[in-house]
Design a protein around this ligand. Structure first.
Ligand code: EPZ
Length: 436
């Protein structure tokens, strides 16, 4: 497992182009299974979750050719409807393939999806909606861990989600494409990544409207062709780097990002005294001359609320720039694991099930900490960059699931970070032994 070695105390300043969004690319790649003909995706993030999705698409018989951030996908030769279990476990978004496989070939065999260990993450809302569309869903006889989903003919219907689940909204949008008649999904998630999925589906000849409003209407029975599509910018990456730069007293200019997608974070930073300038397709943020002071309570909520995917990074930032702050997590039940690692670095944090109370103004000290999930890992890197001294953040594999060229982007802004994989470390130690 790789380790980031960080020397803290440097200001991070500079400009960056936000990469394509992980949480937009993954559902769109799953949706490409429904199309026949060539898709060309631009700004597809170079992250391990996309690598996993490419492996799954190839295992289903799709042709995938990758050239950096450009991806060509042709699903005409799809020959499989069963997702290999070990691939299913790789990440949560493999569950979206259920909806697209149903739409394409009328059946799917999936197992319980993997993903970051930030909560139980059931798929009951997905299953309930697919059954309402007419899918027959049962445990497989040969492997109780497998779920066999068959859909003779899906029929459009009225759905109302018990909770605005992002994944369930996307999965049901995809399944409804092949249903006879119209499907309406009420209480759907409203994230920008869902609007992006609608745009992709319509470019492929689909007929979806209402994404972003909470009520999505899908006219079924359409055949989808391939198209060229650019993945929208990653608002979570942009927010992560904004907190990283301002947390170290720097300034950052982020190109290609829509400020509206970061509204709750921008409001929070402005209230704390940061200078933020919004342009049409970019955001400039500066720590400014006075010290940043943020107090009060920040609660995560479904979009357009404060994004749960920025909660760990904000908490790390507040250990230094908060006064007395409460951060409440309302989406996932186990998303504070990183906080214990921050305490090891000198943070004054009280942890309870649903919230952390941060007694800010801390001086953080470098330490040896472990990333346990994607966003918690990013939070530890932010803390290491703000801390005095050296920090080692272990298990970089979690961070690489969702951030492309993470260390390189930090170095480009003046941060001192390098990665060494333990295998490399071991071989260096062996060489040293041989020469002594
Ligand atoms: C998506 O996960 C994102 N992942 C997550 O990003 C993000 O945190 C989350 O949406 C919320 O915005 C991708 O898009 C690939 P949910 P998803 O279904 O779809 C419960 C990151 O760091 N729930 O909206 O899994 C669930 O347990 C990742 O980039 C059910 O109970 O999120 C959770 O508590 C992490 N039953 C809540 O709803 C269901 O059937 C939100 O889950 C589905 C969800």
């Amino acid at each position: 497992m790789g380790t980031y070695h960080i020397k803290g105390g440097r200001k991070l300043s500079g400009e960056m182009e936000a990469s394509g969004a992980k949480n937009a690319a993954l559902p769109i790649l799953a949706a490409s299974v429904i199309t026949t003909g060539e898709n060309v995706f631009e700004a597809c993030p170079e992250i391990s979750d996309v690598d996993s999705m490419i492996t799954i698409l190839r295992s289903l018989g799709c042709e995938v050719v990758r050239d950096g951030a450009q991806l060509a996908v042709n699903a005409s030769g799809l020959s499989e409807s069963r997702i290999p279990e070990e691939l299913m476990k790789e990440m949560r978004s493999s569950v979206f393939l259920a909806g697209s496989l149903l739409a394409r070939c009328g059946e799917a065999v999936i197992s319980s999806p993997g993903g970051c260990n930030i909560g139980r993450r059931p798929i009951d809302i997905h299953i309930k909606g697919l059954r309402r569309l007419g899918a027959d869903i049962r445990q497989s006889t040969d492997n109780p861990d497998h779920i066999v989903i068959k859909a003779g003919k899906l029929r459009g219907t009225q759905l109302k989600l018990d909770y605005p689940s992002v994944g369930a909204t996307e999965n049901l949008m995809l399944a409804a494409i092949s249903a006879e008649g119209t499907t309406v999904i009420e209480n759907s998630a409203r994230e920008p990544e869902i609007v992006a999925l609608q745009e992709y589906i319509n470019k492929c000849g689909g007929n979806v409207e209402g994404a972003g409003s909470g009520i999505i209407t899908i006219k079924g029975g359409t055949k989808l062709h391939g198209c060229s599509h650019r993945v929208i910018a990653d608002r979570i990456e942009a927010g992560t780097f904004m907190l990283m730069s301002l947390g170290t007293g720097g300034e950052i200019y982020i190109k290609g990002i829509t400020a509206e997608y970061l509204r709750p974070l921008i409001n929070c930073l402005k209230e704390g005294g940061c200078r933020i300038r919004e342009e049409r397709n970019s955001v400039y943020a500066s720590a400014g001359s006075d010290s940043i002071k943020i107090s009060g309570c920040i609660s995560t909520a479904p979009y357009p609320g404060f994004p749960t995917d920025l909660q760990p990074q904000l908490t790390a930032f507040l250990t230094k720039h908060g006064a007395k702050c409460t951060v409440e997590e309302n989406i996932f039940e186990n998303r504070f694991r990183y906080a214990k690692q921050l305490i090891k670095m000198g943070a004054d944090i009280e942890i309870s099930k649903k919230q952390v109370i941060i007694n800010g103004n801390n001086i953080l000290y470098g330490g040896d900490v472990e990333a346990e999930d994607l966003r918690g890992g990013a939070a530890l890197v932010i803390a290491g960059l703000m801390a005095e001294g050296d920090t080692a953040v272990r298990n970089t594999k979690y961070i690489k699931r969702g951030y492309s060229r993470f260390a390189g982007k930090i170095r480009a802004m003046g941060g001192e970070i390098r990665e060494n994989d333990e295998r490399e470390q071991n071989s260096k130690e062996c060489q040293k032994k041989e020469t002594t």
